[in-house]
Ligand binder design. Structure first.
Ligand code: ADE
Length: 231
C-alpha cells in the first residue's frame, strides 16, 4: 500500500526524513516529495507548507501523481478543548474550515456556500489504528479522537478559542487539516490527521509554539510510526 505522509513544516517531517534513509525526490508546484520505504510500506513524504492552499495543492498532487491509497497528516496544533494540555494528542474524527464564514448570507458557520457537506470525516479504520498506536506510545499525555478546526490564522487569543469551542465544538486548531481532509474526500482517498498540542492558542501561544513544537512533532511521529506497523 502506498501511503502519503504530510507535515506542514520542516520540524514536522524531520524525523520521517531521517527514518526513511534512501529516498528519491520529485518536485512539483514548488513542493518536494520524498519517496522511499518505511516499515515495509511505500511512502511518499512531503512538507506541504503552511495553510490551506499549500495543503490542498500538496494533497491533490499526492493523489494524482503518486497514486497514494491513504493519507496521514502529522504535526502540531493549538488546544481548543479546555481539557487538553500541551503534548496531548488529537486524532481526527472530522475536520471543519473554521474560517469559512458566509453567515452574513445565512449560511452556517463553517458552511461552504451551497454545499450540503462541510465536515470531513476521517476514515474509521485509520482513526482506530491511530488510537491504538497512541495507546502504545508511552508518556503521561492524553489521547482523544476529536474534531479538528482549520483556518488560515495562527490563533493566540483565549476569547477566540472560547468562541471556536462554542461554535464548532472543536478540540484543536491548526492550519491544514480540513484542506487535506476535503481534497482527500473529493478524491475518495481515506485520511486521518494526527496532531499533538504545541500550545493552547492563548496569549502564550507564540512562546509555547516555539518551545514545544519539537516535542509535539516527535509525539505525532511516534504515533504514525506505530500506525505503520498495523497498516
Ligand atoms: N498550530 C499550532 N498552534 C496553532 C495555533 N495556535 N493556531 C493555529 N495553528 C496552530
Amino acid at each position: 500500500m502506498r501511503i502519503g505522509i504530510i507535515g506542514a513544516m520542516d520540524e514536522e517531517i524531520a524525523l520521517y526524513l531521517e527514518a526513511m534513509g534512501t529516498k528519491d525526490t520529485v518536485s512539483k508546484a514548488g513542493i518536494t516529495y520524498y519517496t522511499g520505504q518505511m516499515d515495509g510500506h511505500d511512502i511518499v513524504l512531503v512538507k506541504s507548507g503552511v495553510g490551506k492552499v499549500n495543503a490542498s495543492v500538496c494533497t491533490q498532487i499526492l493523489i494524482d501523481r503518486f497514486d497514494v491509497e491513504s493519507i496521514i497528516f502529522t504535526g502540531v496544533a493549538g488546544a481548543v478543548n479546555p481539557e487538553l494540555n500541551i503534548g496531548d494528542i488529537v486524532v481526527s474524527t472530522d475536520c471543519i474550515q473554521q474560517d469559512m464564514d458566509v453567515t452574513a448570507l445565512g449560511f452556517a458557520p463553517g458552511q461552504i456556500p451551497y454545499a450540503d457537506k462541510w465536515t470531513w470525516e476521517a476514515e474509521g479504520k485509520l482513526v482506530e489504528l491511530a488510537m491504538q498506536a497512541s495507546a502504545k506510545v508511552t508518556g503521561d499525555h492524553r489521547v482523544i479522537s476529536g474534531r479538528i478546526l482549520t483556518g488560515d490564522q495562527f490563533v493566540a487569543d483565549p476569547s477566540r478559542v472560547a468562541a471556536l469551542y462554542e461554535t464548532f465544538n472543536g478540540d484543536c486548531i491548526e492550519m491544514e487539516g480540513a484542506a487535506v481532509a476535503q481534497v482527500s474526500a473529493m478524491n475518495d482517498v481515506p485520511f486521518v490527521i494526527v496532531r499533538s498540542m504545541s500550545d493552547k492558542a492563548d496569549g502564550s501561544a507564540h512562546v509555547n509554539f516555539a518551545e514545544f513544537t519539537h516535542l509535539a512533532s516527535q509525539r505525532s511521529y511516534e504515533i504514525v510510526m506505530e500506525m505503520l506497523k498495523g497498516l
